[in-house]
Design a protein around this ligand. Structure first.
Ligand SMILES: O=C([O-])C(=O)C[C@H](O)[C@@H](O)C(=O)[O-]
Ligand SMILES: [Mg+2]
Length: 429
């Protein structure tokens, strides 16, 4: 039967989702964070789902696509990436990404972060039309489940007094005992077999003590520490020296390819990154300099699931490992990550995911981690269904917001507790 795969409608739904008071080197997460849900609806009424960052600049860029994609086919994905999205480069070029800790911003990354949500939505629609899972459209899975790592954060017990927020069940984690308790709970609930601590929050000695406590509590389990570039080369080498026996890798200890290369040359601990290599144009310099040993892809800003496969192939050619980065995201993106991760042969490290921290989702059924793994769905498309009421509720929250939370700003959120707080100058230590 010939299918009509014409896009009859494109829907954009900006939402605000609850987020916990998770600390990072720039500040603290806002109580609500923006995400954008993208839907493409075919002439036959098949709906494909995608998800990406929801800050104003992403939303503005996505809006013209509603008209530009209507009338095209959901199969026309390559041409979609050629669409000229007018990114105002002066708003992004050279600036550090305030909320996302995702390396230097660029017009290209911003553009890809938007298009990737449409790619995922088109793949979901294709899969539903042909009765095939997304992984099959990507060449087929090489594993039936994808490993994820427990993502540990220093955190407060709650958002600052006076800031509207949803209840938090996790309590504070501000020292080694708190971090180990959090790790235990995440393992109990989801079975994770490896742990990543988001660092760059406290002076390095305190974070070294937390990782040591994890190593004692979970002997032999892979551990990672990620200060988001908060350390100098000297500090990075000191931490690598002290934790080398227990770290699977050190993630973005310092900023920029030359400094990362210096650290890499001075330690046997592998360096991973989602800040130094964040786009194809950054690969040559970093790989030639031996600056990174594992690239953490993020299908949002790398430009989708197929680009993630291309990245994985390049990494394999250079003997560099690949795994996945995560920012605050919902189940649509977790499903997308799981499908593409299932197709990458050399995925030797558990992927990151913020999902356990998200108490809200727009899916009718939450995705479960079992033994720290997400089973790869063989249902058509991504294998997830939206919860329309929840989508509408989270959109209402966005619509009713006065603009305070529509753009993620961890430094501004920190000022609610520490009025003098400014985004720290790097390296902090
Ligand atoms: O460097 C990383 O892994 C991240 O950027 C992950 C997240 O952005 C995390 O640091 C956060 O949201 O605070
Ligand atoms: Mg990182």
């Amino acid at each position: 039967m010939t299918r009509d795969l014409t896009i009859a409608e494109v829907r954009l739904t900006p939402i605000l989702v609850a987020d916990a008071p998770l600390l990072n080197t720039q500040g603290v997460h806002q109580p609500y964070t923006p995400r954008l849900i993208v839907e493409v609806v075919t002439a036959e009424g098949i709906t494909g789902l995608g998800e990406t960052y929801g800050d104003t600049k992403y939303l503005e860029l996505a809006r013209p696509l509603v008209e530009q994609l209507t009338g095209r086919s959901v199969m026309d994905v390559n041409r979609m990436f050629g669409i000229d999205l007018a990114v105002d480069a002066s708003r992004v070029e050279g600036q550090a990404d305030a909320g996302g800790l995702r390396g230097v911003q660029s017009a290209g990354k911003l553009r890809l972060s938007v298009l990737s949500a449409f790619e995922v939505a088109c793949l979901d629609a294709q899969g539903k039309a042909f009765g095939l899972p997304v992984h099959a459209l990507l060449g087929g899975k090489v594993r039936d489940a994808v490993d994820y790592s427990a993502y540990l954060f220093y955190k407060w017990a709650g958002h600052p007094a006076g800031v509207p927020a949803e209840p938090d069940e996790w309590g504070a984690a501000l020292d080694p005992d708190g971090v180990v308790d959090q790790a235990r709970r995440l393992r109990e609930q989801h079975g994770f077999g490896s742990f990543k601590l988001k660092g760059g929050v406290f002076p390095p000695d305190e974070e070294i003590a937390a990782v040591r406590a994890l190593a004692e509590a979970f002997p032999g389990d892979p551990l990672r520490l990620d200060p988001n570039g908060a350390w100098s080369v000297e500090t990075s080498l000191k931490v690598a020296g002290e934790l080398g026996d227990v770290l699977e890798y050190l993630e973005d200890p310092t900023l920029g390819t030359p400094a990362m290369a210096e650290v890499a040359a001075g330690t046997g601990v592998p360096l991973a990154t989602n800040m130094c290599v964040t786009a194809f144009g950054e690969i040559e310099e970093a790989f030639t300099a031996g600056a990174v040993q594992v690239v953490l892809s993020d299908h949002h800003y790398w430009g989708g699931l197929r680009n993630t496969q291309h990245l994985a192939a390049i990494c394999a050619a250079f003997g560099v490992g690949v795994s996945m980065h995560s920012n605050t995201h919902l189940g649509i993106s977790l499903a997308a990550m799981t499908h593409v991760a299932a197709t990458v042969p050399g995925l030797h490290h558990a992927c990151d995911s913020h999902y356990p921290w998200q108490s809200e989702d727009v899916l009718s059924e939450r995705i479960a981690f079992e033994g720290g793994r997400v089973a790869v769905s063989d249902a058509p498309g991504l294998g997830v269904e939206p919860d329309r009421d929840e989508l509408a509720r989270l959109h209402r929250r966005w619509a009713e917001d006065d603009g305070t939370f529509r753009d993620r700003d961890d430094a501004a959120a920190m000022r609610a507790a520490e009025p003098g707080w400014r985004t720290p100058v790097m390296p902090r230590w």
